[in-house]
Design a protein around this ligand. Sequence first.
Ligand code: HEM
Length: 336
Amino acid sequence: TIRSSLNDDNPLFRQANKIMMSRDDPDHARLRMLVSRAFTPRMIERQRPFIERISHDLLDQMEHQEQPDFIRDFAIPLPIMVIAALIGIPYEAMGQLKQWSDAGADFLGKPTDTMEVFFHMASAAIEFNAFIRPHLEERRRQPKDDLLSGLINAEARGDTLTEDELIANVYLLLAAGNETTTNLMSNGLWALLTHPDQRELLCQRPELITSAVEEILRFESPSQITGRHTKEAIEIAGQSIGPDQSIMLVLGMANRDPRQFTNPDHFDIQRQENKHIAFGLGGHYCLGAPLARLETQITLPIVIKRYPYLSLASHKGHWRKNPTFLGFETLPVTLK
Ligand code: HEM
């Protein structure tokens, strides 16, 4: 397949092979530790006022749309604006960032290795390199309080990120977090609108937002599938799997498993025992989970408080055709 032929002979592939998601230990642990040094919980929490402000700004703009679309007008721009601000990328590059991030998400998300998806990804990576290198140069000369400067300075046990590792993992932060967070916010709004009792409950008891976001993650998991490759033969739940096999792990299905969850097809924002695996599990557990949670815990209450009569528009939204990422292509709404 195209993906498995990505070897280090080509400089672009060499860089792509440096994303932490596709590495094993000890490489993985090293990259993850270095990136975590810059992408800290404190840095994420500091985005709170910015997220609140842009939520209101985007909603103000959405009110002027003839047909507001929650995806186009809110759930797409918000995560892009937040991650761009965190990384330290100028606001004007937002449109391009979305295109590059989509190319990455398509490459990760579409199971078929078509040449079209591959070339799209490769040209996005080339453009991203050309875009980001001058910003890196600038930060080397004059560090700022952002992720790029933090990654340049990240050091652990005398080790630092190489330029390839740095660019590849900034690209990963961009691509891994946009579509998934767009989907978490909009799947959440959809779940609340189609379960009016739960929406009413959240309005009455706003403190339930934390467990509500966990329930949205479980009920309509934005990342439905992840993958692993076996190094040796293993047995899981009575199934024998040989060595050198690619395995698809359907997280969305595990999150509806009746052996794990009582009444799994029931959307219950007060669910107590909710050990979902929407962010994965183990060493590769989602690095951006605190950011995705924060964004959704802030934005959904703002939306439902500001528009008590918000409803789905008469012409329905439709789900995207991507088996990995579960989310809407469009979600037309009536605000008032
Ligand atoms: C609702 C939003 C999100 C969901 C559902 C999600 C889901 C996931 C999942 C399932 C994995 C694990 C893959 C595996 O084990 O095979 C993962 C890994 C990862 N995610 Fe997220 N993610 C979200 C948001 C974000 C955000 C906002 C960022 C960063 C800005 C991010 C960055 C990453 C990174 C860097 C990894 C790789 C971690 C590693 O390999 O050690 N994610 N994500």
